[in-house]
Design a protein around this ligand. Structure first.
Ligand SMILES: CC1=C(CCC(=O)O)c2cc3nc(cc4[nH]c(cc5[nH]c(cc1n2)c(C)c5CCC(=O)O)c(CCC(=O)O)c4C)C(CCC(=O)O)=C3C
Ligand SMILES: [Fe+2]
Length: 375
């Protein structure tokens, strides 16, 4: 019998996240980091800066990652998994390169990465891998011995990611005024991305028609809606909608926008809406501003009862899912047989991003994939 707590060949886990400002002075430099070379209009940046200032210049994402780190360390310790967990960000301190340098100094050679992004897309996967390659290049320039880095498979359909969201939708439905509850619709919300990025998301064979990005979100939405029907005995109509659009107005992005959707549902006589932010791992600024501030104001203006359901955050079931994914990938690397866990109709995602997965507009080196220039 293999030891189920065996993470070998891996010797460390890296929680890789977006990062966010920790005070008003951080906001502009943070936004400059995020948008460098991305062609975001100035007006949009000003607007997004205001979202952060409204909350004292502090993004909630860092505190949420600290809580997730605690949850992961506790889960691993409780289950006898001896694997140190580090944290690094793409766009703010603690910066990925600094964390990776520290991991190398601590003697780690085989690093597994958990990104706080569950789905395929350039922004949600390859960009993380490009930043890993940048960090490796920086360490190489410093003459350090490079660790080998792998990334966990997409976990959008792992039960430990879905179960907390199913509970969240049930809680939001229960919290609606009773007379509006039975007829409530569910708006599953995720980050809008350019149509061109959606169409080329995931492996090449999934390209077209919104690509793996839309397919994966639709499967999650359907799975949650079916679980809700099973548990309430009621069929709540649902739709996948989008939020947080940026970029130039003439470039097509995924639609409809959540606020337009609320208007349309209200006009159609729908008595209430639950917004389920399935595209996000925690209640960061996109949830706090775009949903809890903007969409909430829209619903109030319409007189439409609305509740926003919880993201997974540091739910112990999500921490346990990460342990499961780590042990699964470790077994794959040891060439042992695994039974990857997945709900819905798509099955478990690929373990290693293939060549051509979520291509960038301008090709750049990306680590932790079949096209990685690193071992
Ligand atoms: C798919 C996706 C996710 C989900 C997957 C994942 O989680 O990674 C995500 C997450 C996040 N996005 C975040 C913040 C920002 N995203 C921006 C801009 C953009 N996001 C995009 C996509 C995504 N973004 C895209 C296509 C752009 C346009 C520019 C470009 O093509 O690169 C901008 C620039 C201003 C603006 O235009 O909005 C900001 C400030 C934060 C931190 C929040 C906090 O501080 O709490 C988080 C977690
Ligand atoms: Fe974003």
């Amino acid at each position: 019998m293999p030891d189920v707590r065996d993470a070998s060949p891996y010797d460390a886990l890296l929680l890789l996240s977006f990062g966010g400002p920790e005070g008003p002075d951080d906001v502009i430099p943070f936004l400059e980091n995020v948008t460098r070379g991305r062609g975001i209009p100035k007006e949009r940046l000003k607007e997004v800066g205001e979202h952060y200032y409204r909350f004292g210049g502090v993004s909630p994402i860092n505190a949420q990652n600290r809580a997730l780190l605690d949850a992961l360390r506790k889960d691993f310790a409780d289950h006898g998994l001896d694997l140190p967990v580090y944290w690094g960000n793409r766009n703010w301190a603690p910066y990925l390169t600094d964390t990776l340098r520290e991991m190398v100094a601590d003697g780690h050679r085989r690093i597994l990465v958990l990104a706080t992004s569950a789905y395929a897309s350039y922004s949600g996967c390859r960009q993380y891998r490009e930043n890993l390659a940048d960090a490796l290049a920086a360490l190489e320039a410093e003459g350090l011995e490079l660790p080998r880095i792998d990334k966990l498979r997409h976990y959008f359909n792992h039960p430990g990611f879905l179960e907390p969201m199913i509970d969240g939708v049930l809680a939001s439905l229960a919290d609606l005024p009773e007379e509006a509850r039975a007829g409530a619709h569910i708006a599953f919300s995720t980050h809008s991305i350019p149509l061109s990025a959606a169409d080329t998301s995931g492996p090449v064979e999934a390209h077209g028609d919104g690509g793996a990005y839309v397919t994966q979100h639709l499967d999650v939405a359907r799975t949650i809606a079916e679980a809700v029907r099973e548990r309430t005995g009621r069929d709540h109509p649902w739709q996948l909608v989008y939020q947080s659009r940026s970029g130039a107005p003439h470039i097509p992005w995924l639609e409809p926008d959540i606020c337009d959707h609320l208007e349309e549902r209200h006009a159609a006589g729908v008595p209430a809406v639950v917004i389920a932010p399935i595209g996000f791992v925690s209640d960061h600024m996109e949830v706090l501003y775009d949903l809890d501030t903007e969409a909430k104001a829209k619903a109030e203006e319409l007189g439409l009862p609305m509740r926003r359901s919880a993201t997974v955050g540091d739910d112990p079931r999500f921490a346990a899912a990460v342990r499961d994914l780590v042990l699964e990938r470790a077994a794959v690397e040891r060439a042992e047989e695994v039974r990857p866990c997945a709900l819905g109709s798509l099955g478990p995602s690929h373990q290693v991003c293939p060549v051509g997965c979520c291509p960038a507009r301008t090709p750049r080196p990306a680590a932790a994939g079949a096209d990685s220039p690193y071992a």
